[in-house]
Design a protein around this ligand. Structure first.
Ligand code: GRF
Length: 208
């Protein structure tokens, strides 16, 4: 159902590295394109540059390290309670290098989004761009999807296509895909904020 919000949507962005997708979302919030507020940025990597980006924009940065937990469920349960404490409505995985368990997925049903640098279901997992180059596809791209307990298997929200060039390297293809990631991820977040996404099984419908 379309939402007319009086309050900005409360987001959390989970990261492990550079944070260029985080930056793109911050930019769209600051420019007024997204009616949202990032309550916190959470990283499993204390050295993630994304934490520096958060600090620059006065967003609380939290390090939730991999160590000290018995397993994935325990880590995720602690993560879910941090997010619930901030009143988070949408969890954004922007280069967060962990697979989530049911402890997170059931805490935020159809409210966790991930961006993957390939056209799923092709090339899930790590090094998706190199997988695409090795396979010889002529087009690749990016996929925004809701997160389930699998690796890049959840319902697909949006995709964008980019051409693969003959002389592409993993780096040049990644750069071309990233430009689309930044646009597509923000667009999916906007659709969520506006209440225009509905999910039926693995089918996502967007209200136009
Ligand atoms: C992106 O390529 C995204 O598709 C993948 O992780 C990378 C994160 O990049 N899930 P950044 O940290 O947002 O720059």
């Amino acid at each position: 159902m379309m939402k007319n919000r009086s309050q900005p949507c409360v987001l959390a962005v989970l990261v492990s590295g550079n944070g260029s997708n985080l930056q793109a979302i911050i930019h769209r919030i600051e420019s007024g394109e997204l009616n949202a507020r990032i309550a916190c940025v959470i990283s499993n990597n204390p050295d993630a540059f994304a934490l520096t980006r958060a600090k620059t924009h006065n967003i609380p940065g939290i390090v939730h390290e991999n160590s000290g937990f018995k397993g994935r469920r325990e880590y995720d349960a602690a993560l879910a309670s941090i997010l619930q404490g901030y009143g988070v409505e949408l969890v954004i995985l922007a280069g967060f290098m962990r697979i989530l368990s049911d402890a997170m997925v059931t805490a935020f049903p159809n409210a966790i989004m991930n961006i993957h640098p390939a056209l799923l279901p092709s090339f899930p997992g790590l090094h998706a761009q190199q997988q695409a180059l090795d396979y010889g596809v002529k087009f690749s791209g990016c996929t925004v999807h809701f997160v389930d307990c699998g690796t890049d298997t959840g319902p697909i929200i949006l995709q964008a296509v980019v051409p693969v060039k003959q002389d592409d390297t993993e780096e040049t293809l990644s750069t071309r895909i990233q430009a689309e990631e930044h646009r597509t991820f923000s667009e999916a977040v906007r659709l969520f904020i506006e209440g225009r996404i509905s999910v039926n099984g693995r089918l996502v419908r967007i209200q136009t």
